[in-house]
Design a protein around this ligand. Structure first.
Ligand SMILES: [Zn+2]
Length: 361
């Protein structure tokens, strides 16, 4: 009896020390064996079957970011310097990368915007720039500037260095506006935008959307999963709201024929100017002008309208375009970002709103 007790005590110790021993010990005692086997089998079934079911059944509620293959997620590093083609001097300048980001924020967003909007702009500009550098490394620089991955104009991103900014905006601005922009870049230093474990290649932005941003494929050639139409509800302070531009039929005719010489428009009359359809973001997708069909973006470019989010009103010989928003409408709305920031959202909220399914690291 004593011996048995001691053996049992020792076994109890073993049970505590190692879960695996439970199985081995149970095997030694005939009547415990079936109990252990039953309990363990039930545990395995309870734990593993629901786990396996969640793995094989699609969960539509789960956001896309949960599907990131973490093992393959490699964060990118921003290089120390970047080469910029300066359009005025026609020379390539090597600039400190983070200073370049500061110069781009200054060129692309008013410094009186909310700090969180400026921080969102910093991450977007940094991401866009690095993506261009990496693209150039694996292929070649753009045709427009074959010696550098980026230029300092609207062709890429508007950039001005510190002394150019001081000459342009004055000393007072350097003391407040510039300092605020530096803070936005410094507080997000090195941070980049990722989608599905990959660096975002097209962190596009525009001034204001007019209430809704645009699907990439409705403006540019291809669909991009994070450039999808979203509401942009905080654009009250945006410029270019309900902006009207009037043209005579003759002016429209001259403008489109000059811009698109390969399209045979024929004789353009008031009856032949029509909006055919609209995109998700409420922009004009296709428009008939004479015998020609133009995209909303092409009409916008030919007539220099602020946005393709327009309605038309034709009276006799005059066509009046009433447009909302400014820019192509894809990606982050800058006025929308400022509005979100003023309503309590931070830069990460702003970025994940305008670039669907993306994350900042
Ligand atoms: Zn360029």
């Amino acid at each position: 009896m004593m011996k048995r007790r001691i053996r049992k005590k020792r076994k109890l110790k073993k049970h505590i020390n190692s879960f695996l021993d439970i199985w081995g010990s149970a095997m030694d005692i005939p009547f415990i064996k079936p109990i252990f086997i039953t309990i363990l089998t039930i545990c395995i079934l309870l734990i593993f079957i629901p786990y396996i079911l969640t793995k094989i059944s699609p969960n539509t509620d789960e956001p896309e970011k949960e599907l990131i293959p973490q093992a393959e997620f490699q964060l990118k590093e921003v290089p120390e310097t970047i080469n910029i083609y300066r359009t005025e001097s026609k020379k390539v300048e090597t600039v400190n990368f983070e200073n370049y980001v500061k110069g781009v924020i200054s060129g692309e967003m008013p410094s009186d915007f909310h700090i969180e909007a400026l921080k969102a702009q910093a991450v977007a500009a940094r991401t866009y720039s690095l993506a261009r550098v990496l693209k150039a490394q694996s292929g070649s620089n753009p045709e427009a500037h074959p010696d550098a991955p980026l230029c300092d104009s609207t062709h890429c991103q508007v950039y001005k260095n510190e002394s150019e900014l001081e000459a342009l905006k004055g000393k007072d601005w350097m003391n407040d506006g510039w300092k605020k922009i530096c803070r936005a870049a410094d507080e997000t230093k090195g941070q980049l935008l990722y989608y599905n474990g990959e660096l975002v290649e097209q962190a596009l932005f525009h001034s204001s959307s007019g209430g809704k941003t645009e699907n990439s494929e409705d403006v540019f050639a291809s669909a991009v999963p994070y450039l999808v139409s979203v509401d942009s509800p905080y654009e009250d302070e945006a410029t270019h709201q309900e902006e009207q531009h009037s043209f005579s039929i003759a002016e429209i005719s001259a403008a489109v024929k000059n811009k698109y010489p390969n399209i045979s428009f024929g004789t353009i009359t008031a009856d032949t100017i029509k909006i055919i359809n609209r995109s998700n973001g409420n922009r004009v997708e296709k428009m008939q002008i004479g015998n020609g069909i133009l995209k909303g973006r092409e009409v916008r470019e030919a007539l220099n309208l602020p946005s393709a989010n327009f309605t038309i009103n034709i009276s006799e010989d005059t066509v009046t375009f009433t447009s909302n928003g400014s820019g192509h409408g894809v990606g982050m709305s800058q006025y929308g970002a400022d509005g979100m920031a003023k309503n309590g959202y931070n830069y990460k909220d702003i970025l994940s709103h305008y670039y669907s399914g993306t994350q900042v690291y």
